[in-house]
Design a protein around this ligand. Structure first.
Ligand code: TRP
Length: 437
C-alpha cells in the first residue's frame, strides 16, 4: 500500500493503513468535552498528539495549522477539518490557515488569482459561517508569505532528491514547482514556530490521511534541524543526543545545566556518543525535557521547532459508494447546494439496505456500508444514543431506507438553510481573517 497525496484514492481500511505507516491510534481520553468527531473514531490516527493533549490540559499555548488547496466546491467531506479547528479554538488554540495557492498552481495548473477567489468564496466564507472565530485566527496565502517561501528554501538544505523522489515517486518529467511544493508545505507547517511568529510552540496539523507523507517528511525535517533531541533508547534509557563537531561537549553541558535546574539529578555524560543520559527520567518526563531543550536551543539556532503533531480523519464515502469528489457533483453534498438539490442526491444515494423491503425486514441493513448512516455519523446527529438507535433499528430491519433518507434530507435542509443565512454575515467579515503577507 502507498499513500499519494495527489491521487484520488479512497482509503478504506484505516486500521491497516495506520499499522503499515506507523501512525498511532488516536485516543481522545483526557480531551475536555470531546466532540462527536473524536468520540466516534472519525479522527482515527495521530503522530505526536500527546504534546497537544498536554498543552490543552495545562492550558499552555499551542497552534493549529492546516491548509486548504482551492480546487472545486467545498463539500461535506471538507467539513471535518473545520469542525476540529473550531474545537481547538474553543480550547485556546492559535489558528493559522494556509491557502495552498502555490500547490494548486503547481499541481492543478490553477492561476493564483483564481485560487484566491475560490479560497475566499467557497472555503473561507463557509468556514466562518460554520463558526470559525476571528480571535487568534489568521488566514494567509502561500504565494504572499515570504517567511513560508524562505523557510521552504532553507529547509531544503537537509533534504536530498533521492528522499523526495522515494516519498512522492516524482519523475524526470515532474515540473519543478510540483517538486518544491512539499517544501512549501513544510514551510507552512513550521513557520508559526519561527521567531517572527509565535516562536517554538506545540503545533498540530489536522488533515486527511492522504497528507501523511507530507507530515512524515516535515517531522523528519524538523528533527534534522534540531541540535538536541530527547530519545527513549532501545536499551530503555532516556537520553539527550546532540549534533555537532567541536561543540558537542559544550552542548551536552548546556543541556545538563538546564535540566538540573528543572530538578533532574543524575546524569551520565558520554561525549563519544554525543549523549547525555538522564537515568532518573521516565517516558512521561520527555515532554518536559523536550521543552527545556527547545528553550535552550532557540537562542542559538533559528530553525528550532517542536516536531509538528498531526491527526488524521477518515474520508466520507461519496453518495454513489465511491469517492466523494467535487468533480462529480452527484457524489457530494456541497455546502452551497439548494436544499432541494441536496434532497434529490440523498434520495438517490447508495445505502446499506436490503435489495427489497422483504429482504430488508428479514435480514436487516448494513449501516457500516451506508452513505446515509455516514451522514448521521459525521454531521447530522450530535447525540450518540440516537446514533446507536439508528444503527440498531437498521440492523434489525425495523428502519426503512426511505424513511431514513427523508430524515437525512430534512436535517440537511435545516443545516444548509442556516448555513446560507450565516454566509451572508460571513461575507461581510471575511477580510478580517485574511493577512495579505
Ligand atoms: N496539501 C494540502 C491539500 O492537498 C494543502 C496544504 C498545504 C496543507 N499546506 C498545508 C495542509 C499545511 C495542511 C498543512 O489539501
Amino acid at each position: 500500500m502507498e499513500i499519494d497525496p495527489w491521487s484520488s484514492a479512497q482509503y478504506e481500511d484505516y486500521a491497516r493503513l495506520r499499522d503499515e505507516f506507523g501512525i498511532e491510534e488516536f485516543d481522545p481520553t483526557g480531551l475536555p468535552d470531546p466532540s462527536p468527531i473524536y468520540r466516534r473514531g472519525i479522527v482515527f490516527g495521530q503522530r505526536g498528539f500527546d504534546a497537544i493533549k498536554l498543552a490543552i490540559m495545562q492550558k499552555k499555548p499551542f497552534t493549529i495549522l492546516t491548509g486548504l488547496m482551492p480546487s472545486g466546491r467545498m463539500h461535506l467531506g471538507h467539513k471535518m477539518v473545520i469542525d476540529q479547528v473550531r474545537y481547538y479554538q474553543d480550547h485556546g488554540a492559535n489558528v493559522v490557515l494556509a491557502v495552498a495557492d502555490i500547490e494548486s498552481y503547481a499541481t492543478r495548473n490553477m492561476p493564483l488569482e483564481t485560487a484566491e477567489k475560490l479560497a475566499i468564496e467557497e472555503y473561507l466564507i463557509n468556514y466562518i459561517a460554520m463558526g470559525l472565530k476571528e480571535d487568534k485566527c489568521q488566514v494567509y496565502f502561500q504565494s504572499k508569505r515570504s517567511l513560508v517561501k524562505d523557510l521552504a528554501f532553507l529547509l531544503g538544505k537537509k533534504l536530498n532528491w533521492s528522499t523526495i523522489k522515494a516519498i512522492y515517486g516524482f519523475e524526470d518529467s515532474t515540473n519543478m514547482s510540483h517538486i518544491l511544493s512539499p517544501l512549501i508545505q513544510a514551510g507552512d507547517i513550521l513557520h508559526p514556530q519561527h521567531a517572527d511568529m509565535f516562536g517554538p510552540t506545540p503545533l498540530l496539523v489536522p488533515v486527511g490521511v492522504d497528507q501523511d507523507p507530507h507530515m512524515r517528511l516535515c517531522r523528519d525535517i524538523a528533527a534534522s534541524h534540531r541540535l538536541m533531541n530527547v530519545t527513549h533508547t532501545k536499551d530503555d534509557r532516556i537520553g539527550v543526543f546532540v549534533k555537532g563537531e567541536d561543540d558537542v561537549e559544550k552542548l551536552l553541558n548546556m543541556a545538563k545545566e538546564a535540566l538540573s535546574k528543572t530538578g533532574f539529578l543524575d546524569f551520565e555524560l558520554n561525549v563519544g556518543y554525543k549523549a547525555l543520559y538522564v537515568p532518573g527520567a521516565a517516558e512521561s518526563d520527555m515532554p518536559t525535557i523536550e521543552e527545556v531543550l527547545i528553550n535552550l536551543e532557540k537562542e542559538i539556532n533559528p530553525l528550532t521547532f517542536f516536531l509538528p503533531s498531526s491527526s488524521y480523519h477518515r474520508f466520507m464515502t461519496g453518495l454513489d459508494g465511491g469517492k466523494m469528489s467535487s468533480s462529480k457533483p452527484n457524489t457530494a453534498i456541497f455546502l452551497t447546494d439548494e436544499p432541494d438539490d441536496a434532497r434529490k442526491k440523498v434520495m438517490r444515494a447508495i445505502t446499506g439496505g436490503g435489495m427489497t423491503v422483504e429482504e430488508h425486514k428479514a435480514n436487516g441493513g448494513k449501516p457500516d456500508q451506508c452513505t446515509i448512516f455516514e451522514m448521521f455519523l459525521y454531521h447530522l446527529s450530535d447525540d450518540d444514543e440516537e446514533l446507536v438507535e439508528i444503527q440498531n433499528t437498521c440492523k434489525a430491519g425495523e428502519r426503512m431506507c426511505g424513511h431514513c433518507k427523508r430524515e437525512c434530507a430534512d436535517r440537511l435542509e435545516v443545516f444548509l438553510k442556516d448555513l446560507a443565512e450565516k454566509r451572508e454575515d460571513a461575507r461581510l467579515r471575511v477580510e478580517r481573517y485574511i493577512r495579505y503577507d
